[in-house]
Design a protein around this ligand. Structure first.
Ligand code: PLP
Length: 448
């Protein structure tokens, strides 16, 4: 076996950066242990993934049972029972009207699939000019070129200019940096009205759809829009006949204390993208859920011209079924709401100690700390690399948090705090203790 001898040795595999990390050896509940024996509290569920915690016995048992029976069958040759069962379980958690499920393996594939389903629907209705998607700035919708066309985060796009579409972006509302002369409500409405402005400028007959994260993930740092925002967005989409696509890849499946973040505003979407918490890290699993009329239009005109080999993989779907059962049976959506409220209050209190923490926000167990000058709300200097530095310091303390670099001055650096939905009150305190140490270290070494 070719095990890496130490963490500085070059590995044949690579990911986003050169950074050398210890090898993860095993994990249980909200903890993950490296092969050097050090234990980390998973304060961000990897990348907001591990909804039911690591090594949940019910999920492992369901996966063992499934792999003994059938590990793969191809969707054009066979249906498989776990995929059908998971389809029903997902639909049971959807708002009325969203009842057709298309499986994929990850969030970017889900977003691509939503775009292509909507586009093909327009095509069969003879609306050939409807090719332009509108999305928001900042936003993150994935790494593939279609999803990147929707993404509003320049550093990820720059090297690929010319290979993706330059779709229009409207501003994401913020409750933190409300522009002068606005209230939170009027600012949210003004941001929503930008959608109408774009539709009118481009022509509704050319718009394929509007794509939005109901509660921002890493892009906005858990920005929760004012309650006036989505009713206005909904009204504009209905008025101009624009399909509304919700990207619930990060904020869905109980993460925000409701099954869907969209449930906070009863949004009537045409397509919803789910990923991360659906497979909860047990298997690559994601889905789009769409309205029957859209799906039937596509299926009865020669079929959806899109699909992936691993779509609805039986092992992945068996894991997904078990994950959703655990979430329901253990009341994890309610727990996310309850522990999230406690964590948010504690983080807000903690933030008062540091004049370089500008904002603490979020819903349920999707929380963020934004680093900015408290008085002026100005983002901290780029060369402080504050979110990465604090993430590294937390790592040293044995706490995992999720960093995001500043968006060229529009917003400050932030970290996401998004632990598994099984977290207990005592474990929230443990997380807060470790985070306090990391923040204090930063304060001592970088600020004085
Ligand atoms: N959409 C949102 C809102 C996300 O947060 C992400 C990933 O972080 C994606 C899409 C892409 O998901 P994946 O990394 O599984 O492709």
């Amino acid at each position: 076996m070719n095990a890496l001898k130490n963490t500085t040795q070059k590995s044949p595999t690579f990911y986003i950066s050169h950074g050398h990390k210890p090898i993860a050896a095993h994990a249980n509940g909200i903890y993950i242990t490296a092969n050097d024996g050090k234990r980390y509290l998973d304060g961000c569920s990897g990348a907001a993934v591990v909804q039911v915690g690591h090594s949940h016995p019910a999920v492992l048992a369901a996966m063992h049972e499934q792999i003994d029976q059938l590990q793969f069958s191809y969707r054009t040759q066979f249906e498989n029972q776990p995929a059908i069962d998971l389809g029903y379980k997902i639909v049971a958690h959807m708002p009325p009207g969203l009842d057709r499920v298309f499986f994929v393996s990850g969030g970017s594939e889900a977003v691509e699939s939503a775009m292509k389903l909507v586009r093909q629907y327009h095509f069969h209705r003879g609306e050939h000019e409807r090719t332009i998607f509108i999305s928001r700035l900042p936003s993150y919708h994935g790494s593939t070129l279609g999803a990147l066309s929707l993404t509003g985060y320049q550093p990820l796009q720059k090297p690929f200019e010319g290979t993706y579409q330059l779709y229009p972006k409207i501003p994401s509302p913020t409750q933190y940096r409300i522009p002068e002369g606005h209230t939170a409500e009027s600012h949210a409405i003004a941001c929503a009205n930008e959608l109408e402005t774009n539709i009118l400028a481009i022509g509704a007959h050319r718009i394929a759809g509007f794509v939005v994260e109901p509660i921002g993930g890493a892009s906005t740092g858990a920005e929760v829009p004012h309650n006036s925002y989505f009713p206005r967005i909904q009204a504009i989409c209905k008025q101009y006949g624009i399909p509304l696509i919700l990207d619930e890849v990060l904020c869905g499946v109980g993460r925000t204390g409701r099954w869907l973040a969209a449930d906070y505003w009863q949004i009537d979407a045409d397509v919803i993208c789910l990923a991360k918490g659906l497979g909860a890290g047990y298997a690559p699993l994601a889905a789009i859920v769409a309205k029957d009329e859209m799906v039937e239009t596509v299926l009865s005109n020669g079929g959806f011209m899109h699909g992936f080999t691993y779509a609805g993989n039986p092992l992945a779907c068996a894991a997904g079924c078990a994950v959703l059962d655990v979430i329901d049976n253990e009341g994890l959506v309610e727990n996310a709401a309850k522990q999230g409220e406690y964590l948010l209050a504690q983080l807000q209190q903690l933030s008062e100690r540091f004049d370089w923490i500008g904002d603490v926000r979020g819903r349920g167990l999707l929380l963020a700390i934004e680093f900015a000058d408290k008085a002026s709300k100005t983002p901290l200097p780029n060369d402080w690399k504050v979110s990465q530095t604090i993430t590294d310091m937390a790592y040293d303390e044995g706490l995992l948090v999720y960093p995001r670099k500043s968006l060229n001055g529009i917003a400050g650096d932030h970290i996401l705090i998004a632990p598994p939905l099984i977290i207990t009150h005592a474990q929230c305190d443990e997380l807060l203790g470790l985070l306090t140490k990391a923040l204090t270290t930063f304060d001592t070494h970088y600020q004085k």
